[in-house]
Design a binder for this molecule. Structure first.
Ligand SMILES: N[C@@H](CCC[C@H](N)C(=O)O)C(=O)O
Length: 260
């Protein structure tokens, strides 16, 4: 069997995109998906995303981590999928699509960046030395002194596999404050089991966590990730963070054909 793929990246978080509107991709073939994401034996990516038909919205997003398993929401992947849908002429500059965590609205802005509405967050757990919240995917957030030299892979894996998060695990974000509304973060992603250059749900989690901790009063947060810059904005109504938007670039890398 053969199918076309396109690779996109958003601030260095990279994805294999497949138009599966005809349903021919073997969705349960974990080994194939892991191999396609492998950086030596495959195309190389942090995840694989299927674009599928949805009766109520423009399309449906199905996300797999590079370990081959279907997972929860991917913010950078969602932004890249919007760029992919535009290239397929499926959408104009505005779209509504369905992902595992519900409905998402997105806009392609004049400068080509993509603004993606993320789910509202109604629960933020503040512990002694970390914050936990779910922005479509689960995120552990903690401030560290020396972010540049921090061992993200070792410490991230320890927390991801700790009793705190059980079998499901969590993504883990390490943060440094750079200014009033400006933070740098590095993320360990579950399902990749390594640091990635960026994580959109992670950047969203950091922005909300820093607001919840009182580190910023701003509702518009600038985030430096290893692969570039993201912006997160939100409104807080009572204890709920809503109208949450993640903004940043989503870039075509290359395309080709998969045979299996
Ligand atoms: N890179 C993603 C997050 C992908 C999901 C995550 N690895 C998980 O399984 O929870 C993003 O940009 O949000």
């Amino acid at each position: 069997m053969k199918i076309n793929f396109t690779k996109y990246q958003g601030t260095g978080n990279d994805f294999v995109m497949i138009d599966n509107r005809e349903g021919i991709f073997p969705k349960n073939d974990t080994v194939l998906i892991e191999k396609l994401c492998d950086r030596r034996f495959g195309i190389g990516a942090d995840g694989l995303i299927l674009l599928e038909n949805d009766p109520e919205t423009d399309f449906r997003m199905v996300y797999y981590n590079s370990d081959g398993n279907e997972s929860s929401m991917c913010g950078n992947g969602g932004r890249c999928l919007v760029a992919f849908a535009k290239s397929l002429r499926l959408i104009g500059n505005e779209t509504d699509f369905l992902a595992t965590d519900g409905l998402h609205h997105a806009s392609i802005l004049n400068d080509g960046t993509i603004s993606l509405q993320m789910k509202s967050v109604d629960m933020v757990t503040i512990a002694n030395d970390y914050v936990f919240l779910n922005t479509g995917s689960p995120h552990h957030v903690m401030l560290v002194d020396d972010l540049k030299n921090f061992d993200v892979k070792t410490k991230g894996a320890q927390i991801r596999y700790s009793d705190l998060y059980g079998k499901a695990g969590s993504n883990v974000n390490f943060v440094k404050q750079l200014g009033d509304n400006h933070f740098a973060l590095r993320t360990y992603e579950r399902g990749v089991e390594d640091e990635t250059l960026s994580c959109g749900t992670g950047a969203t989690a950091v922005a909300i966590a820093m607001h919840a901790l009182g580190k910023t009063d701003s509702h518009h947060i600038m985030l430096d990730v290893e692969g570039g810059k993201l912006e997160v904005s939100f409104v807080k109504e009572g204890s709920v963070y809503q109208n949450v938007f993640l903004k940043g670039p989503a870039t075509f890398v290359f395309e080709g054909e998969i045979t299996w």
